[in-house]
Design a protein around this ligand. Structure first.
Ligand code: SAM
Ligand code: SF4
Ligand code: SF4
Length: 340
């Protein structure tokens, strides 16, 4: 069945399966304190072995089957996806699946080298994470002594390769980078790129998350709007994760992602495939489903499709809406493993 004619696969809350985020590696050259704190992801940490990772062929096969179940967008992530050798080859393979848009989320550290090859391979969209333009603050956040200027070079290269408009993801932590938020907004204001400010989330168990460290999306909007007046804008499409705000003078827009203060589980259509082939139906899931074992068992496409559809149709996840004392202590998967 061609992907474009596929019938939506619904979960128990009637949410269709539309997006597949694929982590292609659990490794990263940054050690953002909110994601991979250095003391826990140091020399002793056991990253996945090469043979544990899904191959490009295995990833493409799962994505093709998922497309038949209704997936329209595949986002490559990690870890840092550009650390996986030959990523443009994978982009090309995925872009060849009818009805699928391929996007990438990257820390931008090597984007300048890869942007053209990625665009040539069929990448449609890129999101670059950049938490501050203040070099001291940015280095403190990535904990890898990496300069913001090089990420800006990557963004420029991506735009030159035709990947614009680019989304910029900025995680805001109270007392760490909140004082640099307005500068970041101002920098990207008339560029056509859209900065999305993300509330610091309690993903995983290693980032020492506290509610006190979260600056709410509304506070972020108020802060920016006091210097660069903003007005609300309609969503681009139903279920858009970021709430849009445009500059009153028409010079562009920003987004805010209020996963903590205003969760959006009701519209969540995302499944996540870890680098070693486990399927998760929520960012906060405690357990994945081993798709790699099925793929390597010699199962046919119909068997894999039935397994994926079965997993999705039993899905009831809405962690962020429930976020409570009962769920707080439960084991959770790290963002760098499952893919943001
Ligand atoms: N390494 C790539 C990058 O940083 O763009 C891709 C993977 S990263 C896990 C994906 C996204 O998750 C990034 O934009 C990152 O800022 C975001 N992220 C990671 N930990 C987070 C947290 N605790 N709260 C909110 N966003 C987080
Ligand atoms: Fe690496 Fe991205 Fe996590 Fe930062 S947010 S440590 S860049 S995976
Ligand atoms: Fe989706 Fe889970 Fe996040 Fe809710 S908490 S929006 S179900 S990933």
């Amino acid at each position: 069945m061609p992907a474009t004619n596929s019938i939506a696969t619904l979960d128990r809350l009637e949410r269709p399966l539309r997006d597949l985020r694929i982590s292609v590696t659990d490794r990263c050259n940054f050690r953002c304190r909110y994601c991979m704190p250095r003391e826990l992801f140091g020399e002793q940490h056991a990253f996945l072995r090469r043979d544990e990772l899904l191959s490009f062929e295995e990833i493409t096969r799962v994505a093709r089957i998922a497309a038949d179940l209704g997936v329209r967008k595949v986002r490559l992530t990690g870890g840092e996806p550009l650390l996986r050798n030959g990523l443009p080859t994978l982009v090309g393979m995925l872009a060849g699946i009818p009805g699928i848009d391929v996007a990438l989320t990257t820390n931008g550290s090597t984007l300048a080298q890869h942007a053209q090859a990625l665009a040539d391979a069929g990448l449609r969209r890129v999101t670059v994470s950049l938490d501050s333009l203040d070099e001291d603050v940015f280095r403190q956040m990535n904990d890898a002594d990496f300069p913001a200027a090089k990420v800006l070079d990557g963004i420029a290269a991506a735009a030159a390769a035709g990947l614009a408009p680019i989304k910029i993801n900025t995680v805001v932590r109270r007392g760490i980078n909140d004082h640099t938020v307005v500068d970041l907004a101002r920098h990207f204001r008339a560029t056509g790129h859209v900065v999305r400010f993300i509330e610091f989330m309690d993903v995983g168990t290693t980032n020492g998350w506290r509610l006190d460290d979260v600056l709410s999306g509304w506070d972020i909007v108020r802060m920016i709007s006091s210097e660069l007046p903003l007005e609300p804008a309609e969503p681009n499409y139903h279920g858009e994760v970021a709430r849009r705000w445009r500059y009153a003078d028409g010079s562009g827009e920003i987004g805010i992602i209020t996963s903590v203060t205003e969760p959006f589980c009701g519209d969540c259509t995302r499944a996540r495939l870890s680098a070693d082939g486990a399927l998760y139906t929520c960012l906060f899931a405690t357990q994945g489903h081993d798709i790699r074992a099925l793929v390597r068992s010699g199962a046919g496409d119909d068997v894999i499709a039935a397994a994926l559809a079965g997993i999705w149709s039993r899905r009831t996840d809405r962690y962020s809406e429930l976020r409570s004392s009962e769920t707080r202590g439960m084991p959770r998967i790290e963002m760098s493993y499952i893919g943001g």
